[in-house]
Each structure stands twice: as C-alpha cells, then as structure tokens.
Design a protein around this ligand. Structure first.
Ligand SMILES: Nc1ncnc2c1ncn2[C@@H]1O[C@H](COP(=O)(O)OP(=O)(O)OP(=O)(O)O)[C@@H](O)[C@H]1O
Ligand SMILES: [Mg+2]
Length: 249
C-alpha cells in the first residue's frame, strides 16, 4: 500500500468540476507508467503537478492530451463535460486541451506570426493575434523572425501564445522554465502570473517546485505513476518531510 497523504478523494466528479480524470492507466508498449492517476481541477485553478525525475509527470500530461504514447488503457478524462478518454489527440485539442510540451515544438521555417496563424487554423475562437501581441510585445517585435531563431524564453512565450490562440479550456505546461536563464525565468513568471490573473485553468509541471508552488492554488505529487499527495500548495511549502520524501527539496 502506498502512502496516501491526501485527506479527501479529489477525483470524485461533481457537476461543478471543470476537469477530472479517474483511475488512469497508461503504457508505453509493455511499460506500465501511469498507474491509477486521478484528480480534479476547478475552473480557473492553477495546479502544480510535482514529483521526482521519472515520476510520470510528462506521461500524465501526455495521457490527458490523448497523445498516442503512452496508450491509455483504462480510466476516464472529462473536460467541461466532454469525455476526452474517447477522443484522439486532435479531438482533445479541439475540445480545449492546450499542451505546451517541454521541447515547445516551435515549427522551424515559420515566422513567429505564421506559428500563431497556424494555431488559429480552426475558426479562430481563442485570442486574436492582435490581443496576443498586446500581451506579448516581444513576439510582436519579432513577428517576422523565423521562430526557431527566438531565444529559449521567447520560444516559451510563443508556445504559450500559440495555446492561447486556440480556445483553451485546460492549459498543460510541461516545465516552462526548462533550460532558461534566471532572467528569462522572470519573464516567463510574468506570463504565468498573467495566465493566473486571466483565470486560465492550468496544470503546471515544473522542476522548480517552489516557484510553481508559489504560483499555484493546489499541488499534486506524483511518485512512481501514482498520486501520493493532493492538497493545497501551502501545505507542500510548509511540509518539509513531504518535500524531502518526494521532491528532494
Ligand atoms: N516513450 C517511452 N517509452 C518507454 N518508457 C518511457 C517513455 N517515455 C517515458 N518513459 C518512462 O516513463 C517514466 C516516466 O517518465 P516521464 O517522462 O513521465 O517522467 P517525468 O516525471 O516527466 O520526469 P522528468 O522530471 O525527468 O521530466 C520514466 O521511467 C521514463 O523512462
Ligand atoms: Mg517530464
């Protein structure tokens, strides 16, 4: 039996629950990685998904976004009343899942603006390009620049902007600070503060757990493919044992 620090079963669905997943089991081939994950997120909430390297954080985000790998074999995923578990990745994206992967997937050979336009290929329901430029002036300045020549921080901005250009109901951010210098991290922090003030429902995975916790309302800790803590971000900040056991902080 694994330790369950959680005080209440947060995965219980209720009509007011914006996002929930239940008993997710997902595999890379024969490798059983996501082992019964379940949790819920309220609309407008920012939740930090934490855990050591290899705990299954990226795999959990990929499972929610319905990417082919890892393969979901069991469980349910609901977003704004829609069953994501019955959808493919593109259907999940059309229904509001916005995954910003670790490598940011900037499309080479396209300018900043073309990257944003591509995100709007659907009837544009998300933010207009003008509105994005208002919020991300650095992107506006570089709109004609090949996007792969952007700095790491600017690429992260573009990746987030691209998600907002769609009608995102759940933003999934995988290590937005990855590989960025501290000065750029501050820029990204500003963007995340903005996302928070705009009440975008967000799940953020971050090695920099303390930074993520300060931004987040709630925290989930994953260990070996299972949720071992589900509670307030404050509880994790205050609980040294928990941090040492699962986050090595
Ligand atoms: N494509 C794959 N095929 C097989 N196993 C994989 C694959 N991708 C990841 N894994 C394994 O799944 C486990 C969880 O990996 P995952 O990337 O989800 O961890 P993580 O919590 O995001 O780690 P990190 O903090 O290092 O990014 C690891 O043991 C990893 O080796
Ligand atoms: Mg990862």
């Amino acid at each position: 039996m694994r330790p369950q620090v959680s005080s209440e079963p947060a995965s219980v669905a209720s009509p007011s629950t914006w996002f929930s997943c239940h008993d997710l089991h997902a595999y890379y081939g024969e490798s059983y990685i996501v082992q019964g994950v379940g949790f819920a997120v309220r609309e407008g909430e920012i939740v930090a998904l934490l855990g050591r390297n290899g705990a299954g954080k990226t795999s959990t985000l990929r499972t929610i976004a319905r990417l082919a790998d890892p393969q979901l074999k069991n469980g349910e995923i609901w977003l704004a009343g829609k069953p994501l578990h019955r959808m493919s990745a593109w259907q999940a994206a059309r229904n509001g899942v916005g995954l910003v992967p670790e490598d940011r997937r900037i499309i080479a050979g396209l300018t900043v603006e073309e990257n944003l336009q591509l995100a709007q290929i659907e009837p544009p329901r998300g933010w207009s390009i003008e509105r994005l430029y208002e919020h991300f002036p650095r992107l506006a300045e570089r709109r004609r620049q090949d996007a792969v020549t952007l700095s790491g921080g600017e690429q992260q901005m573009l990746a987030v902007a691209r998600a907002l250009a769609r009608d995102v109901k759940l933003l999934l951010l995988d290590e937005p600070y990855e590989g960025l210098a501290p000065v750029i991290v501050r820029d990204i922090e500003q963007i995340l503060e903005e996302i928070k003030s705009l009440r975008f429902t967000t799940i953020i995975v971050e090695q920099n757990a303390i930074a993520a916790l300060h931004l987040s309302d709630r925290a989930l800790i994953l260990d070996m493919g299972q949720i071992v803590f589900d509670g307030s971000a404050r509880d994790v900040i205050d609980n040294k044992d928990l941090r040492q056991q699962y986050l090595a902080l």
